[in-house]
Structures are given as C-alpha cells and as structure tokens.
Design a protein around this ligand. Structure first.
Ligand code: SER
Length: 318
C-alpha cells in the first residue's frame, strides 16, 4: 500500500479511515473520493480529493491512473434500511460500484479492500457465535449485494489474481460522522439523544442483540487486513470481525452509568426490526484472530465512556 484511493470517503467509515491512512502513509498518498462535495476546510487542509461516482468505471479509472493508485478502499455503498427502500438503486451502487472497482483493479493491478457486513447472513444462519464459513441466505437487498460482493471478490482473486481482502463489519459506532440508513444506527443516535435530551426512542426492541464495534477498532481492522502477510491468509474476503454484542437495553444501562436520568423507550420500526431479527446475535471471529492477529481494543464500557466524553465536547462546541 503506497498510493491509496478511498471511495465513499465522506461516509461514516471513510471520514475516519482517510485521516488514519494519511497519518500512516502521508497525506499526498491518500486520495479521498465521493459523490458528495466535501466541506471547504477539508479541501484546503487535507490531501487530494476527487469526485468519483463508482457507478462510472471511467471516473474510477481516471482517478486511479492520475494518482498512480495501487490500493483501493471501496467504501461507497447504501446501508441496509435505505437499500430496502430503494432495492434497484442499491443493486446498482453496491454491486455495480464493486464490479467497476474490481475491473479497474484487474486492469491496473490494484489491491482492493471491500467491507462486507453482518447483513450477509440470514435467518437460517446459526445465530450465536456465527461461524466464518456458514449458511448465507440473506433476505434483504443489502444482504444479497454483500454475499454477491464477497463471492465476486473471491472470484477476482482466484481468476485474475487481484489482491482482494475484506471483513464483515458489525454495526459501527463513532462520534465523528453519523451513519445513515442502517439498522444498527440506533447505537449511534442514542448517544446524541442521551446527551441532548436524556431520552431516546429506539426503533428496535429492547432485547434485539447485535454485534457492534467502536470506530477505532474498525479502522484498525481495515488497515490490518490489508497489511496482513498474504501467506497466512486462508480466507481473503469477508472475515468475521467483532468487538462486542449488546441489546438496546444493555446499551442504555451502560449509558445510564454516565447519565443517570437517561430514559429509553421502544417504538420498533417493522422494516428495521425484521432486518435485525435476521442477523446474528454474535459472530465467531477466530479466523481473523488466527490469520492476521485481529484483536479489538474497546468493549461496551470503554466504548460508551469514550463516546460520551467526545460527544460532550463536540456538542458543547456546536
Ligand atoms: N451497519 C450496517 C447497517 O445497519 C450493517 O452492516 O446497515
């Protein structure tokens, strides 16, 4: 990894991954790209930015050639709930975008990181300690694009020798950029509402258990899997990774340790509840641990303490 292109760089993961990559690899060597327009400060103070629509292969190719890119972090995608609302668009962006990125990588010799998700599993998948290699029959368009994406990345490695790698992310929690249109978004929104109003109405039921991860661990996973020694990799794409799992009720209890008056209510949204019910309770990430030494640093308590600390400062300055 010497010259890196990040697609979807203004999204939840991209906003923090770009900064981390620029610290490690040098600002000029990390090109951020998105279809959104960045804040003016971003353009002035950070490294290069390109407008890249991933459904347009020529635009990806031009950016890769112009910046002599050798590694693509392909993050541009629609999340689960919005993909259910717009399934045709989700197919075009999630599958079409990945296909174009892989084609450019094949032609120009780039490595590719692609995030898969807990959404790649379905209701027939074993729910507890979901194995790395198991039944994957998701019932959502998001899940369909994630499973197909995992297979397509494996295919490009086997058939064309493209160095494709990836992880199955759980819900990701951060205090920088908010997610949008995901089923696990409640676990971010809850902090803003708790700090502003000491009250949150949750769109999932109290007992919905899902895997989650704090952003610093997610960034570490994305970098570590790309830096992994290829000879150690038995799997390549779609490594299960997790850091914690909890229910909304357990998260609310952990928040209450910092904000004693915090009240949570439940008003489940049928679409997102159905999606969440089809996902695992907890992943087995032992393949990632043994093949590239994956090790999360944040658990529920340390994540909640850090989120509250950072968001208190952020909201005070708003
Ligand atoms: N966080 C994602 C979502 O909820 C899952 O990968 O859509």
């Amino acid at each position: 990894m010497e010259r890196i292109l990040v697609t979807g760089a203004l999204g939840q993961i991209g906003s923090e991954l770009v900064a981390e990559l620029r610290n490690s690899y040098g600002s000029e060597n990390v090109v951020a790209s998105d279809i959104r327009v960045p804040r003016a400060e971003f353009l002035r103070t950070d490294g290069p930015f390109e407008y890249v629509d991933c459904t347009n292969q020529d635009q990806i190719q031009e950016a890769v050639v112009r910046h002599r890119i050798d590694t693509i972090y392909h993050l541009a995608a629609l999340l689960s709930a919005v993909a259910e609302e717009k399934p045709q668009q989700a197919w075009e962006i999630n599958m079409g975008g990945l296909f174009h990125v892989l084609e450019v990588a094949r032609k120009l010799g780039c490595s590719v990181f692609t995030p898969s998700s807990i959404g790649a599993f379905g209701s027939e998948t074993p729910k507890d300690l979901t194995p790395q290699d198991t039944l994957q029959r998701p019932s959502t368009m998001y899940g369909v694009t994630k499973v197909a994406g995992e297979l397509l990345c494996d295919y490009y490695y086997e058939r064309f020798g493209v160095d494709t790698r990836g992880v199955r992310f759980p819900g990701i929690i951060s205090h920088v950029a908010q997610p949008g249109g995901g089923t696990t978004d409640y676990a971010v929104e809850i902090f803003y509402q708790a700090l502003r109003y000491e009250h949150f109405t949750c769109f999932l039921t109290a007992e919905t258990r899902l895997d989650m991860m704090y952003m610093p661990d997610a960034i570490r996973a994305a970098v570590k899997v790309m830096e992994a020694e290829p000879g150690r990799l038995v799997h390549r794409n779609a490594f299960n990774v997790t850091a914690m799992n909890f229910t909304p009720e357990e998260l609310a209890d952990a928040i209450r340790a910092h904000i004693p008056g915090f009240v949570i209510e439940y008003d489940p949204d049928p679409v997102r509840q159905k999606i969440a019910d089809s996902w695992p309770n907890s992943l087995d990430d032992s393949s990632a641990r043994s093949e590239w030494d994956w090790q999360p640093q944040y658990d529920l308590e340390s994540m909640v303490a850090d989120m509250i600390d950072n968001l208190r400062r952020k909201l005070k300055n708003e």
